[in-house]
Design a protein around this ligand. Sequence first.
Ligand code: NDP
Length: 330
Amino acid sequence: ARKYVVKRHFQGEPKKDDYELIEYELPPLKDGDILVKAEWISVDPYLRAYNSQIKTPYDQFSSQVGIVLESKSPNFPVGCRIVSQKGWCDYSIVNPKDKLNVELGVYKLPNLGDLSPSLGVGAVGMPGATAYFGFLEICKPKAGETVVVTGAAGAVGSLVGQIAKIKGCRVVGFAGSDEKVKWLETELGFDKAINYKTANVVQALKEAAPKGVDCYFDNVGGEISSQILAQMNLHGRVSVCGSISSYNDSNLPKATIVQPSLVFKQLKVEGFIVSRWLDRWPEAFADIIQWIKSGKLKTREHVTEGFDKLFDAFVGMLAGENFGKAVVKV
Ligand code: NDP
C-alpha cells in the first residue's frame, strides 16, 4: 500500500517535500477488520489548519470513499462502500462499527442511488453536514432574510447559499473570480455574487443587501468578515465556520476591530466544529440527497485524477482552483 506522511510542519503554503510518499506492507486482517481500496480522496482546508497542532510525522488524514475488498466484518461485506478518515492512502485496513463512529469515523456510504459515490466526501459527507447544520442550527434563517456567505463557490459555501435559497432567503455570495461569480448567479441561483478580489466589498455589499445582513456564514475570516459584520442588522446571527484567509499565515493575524458591531447590533456569533452533530449527520444527508434528486440543489466537483496528484489537488484548492468540492479520483 502507499500513503502520504507529513514529515514536518508547513511554513506558509504547504510544499511538496513536506510530504513523503511511503510504500509499506499491510498486515493480515483481524476479526472485525475490512480491507478498503480508496476510490475518492478528499482534500480540505482543515488539513492545512490543523497541521501546526499535530506532532510530526503523521499520516495525512482526510475523508475518503472506498470499496471493501476483503472483510472479516459481517456488516461490511466485500463490495460495499464506506467512508473513512484514512485519508491519503490507496489501501487501508479499518475496523468499523455499523453506525457513525466518532472515534474511527468509519461508516457505510449512504445509499446514493444513481449519484456518484464521490458525494460521500462532499455534499453527502462532511462538507454537506457542515453547510446544513452550521447554517441551519446557528443562523436559524427565516424566509425573506438576507444571508451572506463567503467562500461561496467552494464545497461548503456553494451548499450554504443553495440551502438558504431553499429556505426562502435572499443570498449574497463572495468568491474569488468572475467565473465563480457567474456560476453562482446563473447556475446556483444566488441573488448576487461578488468577486472579493476586485470589488469594493463595502460598497458592493451595500448595493447587494440594501436591507442589511441578517445571517452571515463565514468561511474565510479576516478583514472581509469585519466588513460584513459592520453591515449586519439588529439581532443578526453569524456562523463562524472557517478562516481560510489566515491558514497559510505563520505570523499572528493583525487584530481587526469588530466589537462595536457585535455590541450595537446585538449579534450572536458562534463558531462550530461539524462533529458536534455527528450523530445527526444522517438527517442532513437525507435532506441533501432528496434536494439533489429533486433538482433543488446542484453539486459540482473539481476532480483531479490520480493518487500521485493529491498534493497538487490540495494546494490547488487552497489557491482557489476549485468550483465546488475538490476531490481526487484514485
Ligand atoms: P472550499 O471548497 O471552499 O475551498 C477553499 C476555497 O477557499 C478556495 O476555493 C478559495 O476560493 C477560498 N480561499 C482561499 N484562500 C482564500 C482567502 N485568502 N480569502 C478568501 N477565500 C479564500 O473549502 P471547504 O468548502 O471545504 O471549506 C470552506 C471553509 O469551511 C474553510 O474555512 C474550512 O476550514 C471550513 N470548514 C469548517 C468546518 C467546521 O467544522 N467548522 C468543516 C468543513 C470546512 P476563492 O476562489 O473564492 O478564493
